[in-house]
Write a protein that binds this ligand. Structure first.
Ligand SMILES: Nc1nc2c(ncn2[C@@H]2O[C@H](COP(=O)(O)OP(=O)(O)OP(=O)(O)O)[C@@H](O)[C@H]2O)c(=O)[nH]1
Ligand SMILES: [Mg+2]
Length: 271
């Protein structure tokens, strides 16, 4: 049982300081302190970024471990991750034979996390678009929500270094998603997220089809339909400075159709 000292209870009594009053933590506080959190980082050719981002993540909270999910990166990212995992027990690696897309990588990571008893499971890019400084805020928000989503569009537009064309695409993709699916999120395509394990246990991961940005939409939509609490916290998203982009027209096309599929499944009562 965890007990915390309540600083407020240090009260001077008769000229002496009495500081022996201890208060028990509430259930939610106790849970939060004991939680095991896994930050899943999918990688494809991120050798410039991965060695820098892992220590940044681990330094933010002692509860964090990292799972690198590498799709056989030709630049040796997976080999570097293996070496790091041998050096550091808080680092783990999942290898997949070939590049199969972001969504499939995350699903493999979620299953890995559930099998090993993690309470909180994060999604995070390797390329520093997702600033590790926000991680403690996710932990705090996760005390009151089942799924926490980093949002670029809560207070205006918080994206740095994207060309206008990409910004407009992302912004209107979110408006479109909201209108078609009804999902009440400002940023449904963002990939900086924290799931409670109960969400991943409840969502039928085998039924999740999408892989690109629509993977983010589909996971949040399924969680929302299952009645979980979703909350967005504001983040500033910075475009990658190192490494190469994996963004493609195929990813956009997939998202355009996926939202209609979700709407249909909802109408049929299947979600
Ligand atoms: N394992 C795996 N990781 C991937 C795959 N595609 C992308 N990633 C990783 O997923 C994260 C997000 O991909 P990005 O390429 O940064 O996608 P983006 O942020 O939309 O686009 P850019 O930042 O412009 O490249 C990065 O850590 C990538 O290395 C994939 O097929 N498999
Ligand atoms: Mg990126």
């Amino acid at each position: 049982m965890l007990i915390t000292r309540d600083e407020q209870s240090i009260i001077p009594v008769g000229g002496l300081t009495q500081n022996v009053q201890w208060t028990e933590k509430t259930d939610s506080q106790r849970d939060a302190a004991d939680m095991k959190a896994l930050v899943c980082i999918p990688t494809y050719n991120e050798i410039e970024n991965l060695p820098r981002i892992i220590p940044e993540v681990l330094a933010r909270d002692a509860r964090f471990s990292v799972l690198v999910i590498d799709d056989n990166s030709p630049d040796g990212t997976g080999n570097w991750a293996d070496d790091e995992a041998r050096r550091n027990p808080r680092v783990h690696v999942l290898h997949r034979r070939e590049k199969q897309g972001l969504g499939q990588a995350y699903l493999a990571g979620f299953r890995w996390a559930l099998e090993r008893g993690f309470d909180l499971v994060f999604e995070m890019d390797a390329d520093f678009s997702h600033n590790p400084d926000y991680l403690p805020q996710f932990l705090a928000a996760a005390e009151h929500a089942d799924l926490v989503i980093g949002s670029r569009y809560i207070k205006g537009v918080n994206v740095i270094n994207w060309p206008m064309s990409r910004l407009l695409l992302s912004y209107f993709a979110n408006v479109y998603t909201r209108v078609v699916t009804g999902l009440p999120l400002r940023d449904a395509t963002g990939g900086f997220k924290c799931y409670h394990r109960r969400v991943l246990e409840s969502v039928n991961l085998d039924a999740v089809r999408s892989n690109g940005y629509s993977f983010q939409i589909e996971m949040s939509f399924r969680a929302w339909r299952r009645g979980f609490t979703l909350t967005e916290i504001p983040i500033v998203f910075v475009d990658r400075e190192m490494g190469t982009s994996k963004m493609s027209k195929k990813i956009v096309r997939e998202a355009v159709w996926m939202v209609w599929r979700l709407r249909l499944l909802r109408l049929l009562g299947r979600l």
